[in-house]
Structure formats: C-alpha cells, structure tokens
Design a protein around this ligand. Structure first.
Ligand code: AMP
Length: 114
C-alpha cells in the first residue's frame, strides 16, 4: 500500500481538498466528482477493502459513520439527504486499494446504481 494514492494523501505527499481530519480518519473531495458534493472518507489505518475489516475495527467503522454524519450536518446537506457507497473489490468497482466511503450529495440520486 506504500504507493497507494490515498496513503500518499494521508502522508500529505500529494495534495487533497481536506474537509475533516482526526487521528483515525481523513475526508477530502473526490477529484472526479459524481455529484455536486462527492467526498471520500477514509481510515488512516491501512485497510485495502471492506473485506479486510476485522472485529477489531468495529469502533473505527462506527467512527467513520459518525464522521460522515458530522460532515453532512456541518456542510448543510444532512436534511436534504445523501448517499454513502463502499465499492469492494473488482465486481464492486473498487479502483483504489485503500478502504474508502464515498459520500454523495447535492442532487437527487437515482436507484438502482449501475
Ligand atoms: P473506487 O472506484 O471506489 O475505488 O473510487 C476511487 C475514487 O477515488 C474515485 O471516485 C476517484 O475519482 C477518486 N480519486 C482517485 N484519485 C484521487 C485523488 N488524487 N484525489 C481525490 N480523489 C481521487
């Protein structure tokens, strides 16, 4: 994971538009937004995908969701609503091998996804 783009963002080796950071989590704007608001929320812990979570990570996952709620409220789109997506491995459409939660908002989102 040394060369992973998100690891480099965590280490501040490449820039990102950061909206939240704490000791466990980093959140920043997606470089290729799929909605008017598209933020990626990632754990600082090096986890490749959702399939790499273990029971040790339960608090971390809870913290990620509470961080998403905090971002949605502070950026003013909590009331209108939003979507959280985790792409896992090849069939899930995951391209970056570091667990990340897509936070999408700012327009009515269609269902089902592609
Ligand atoms: P996924 O397909 O679920 O792995 O999503 C990876 C996401 O990372 C895509 O939405 C990309 O647009 C986004 N992305 C890739 N490189 C960067 C970057 N340097 N800064 C911000 N977002 C990025």
């Amino acid at each position: 994971m040394e060369n992973c783009i998100f690891t480099k963002i965590i280490r501040k080796e490449i820039p990102a538009k950061i909206v939240h950071e704490d000791d466990q989590v980093l959140a920043f704007h997606d470089i290729k937004p799929q909605a008017p608001i598209h933020i990626l929320v990632i754990p600082k812990k090096e986890l490749v995908s959702l399939e790499d979570l273990t029971s040790e990570d339960q608090m971390l996952v809870g913290h990620i969701y509470m961080t998403i709620q905090k971002i949605a409220r502070s950026m003013g789109f909590a009331e209108a609503g939003y979507r959280v997506v985790v792409n896992c491995r090849d069939d899930g459409g995951q391209e970056v091998p570091h667990l990340h939660f897509h936070l999408l908002a700012g327009r009515g989102l269609k269902w089902p996804p592609g």
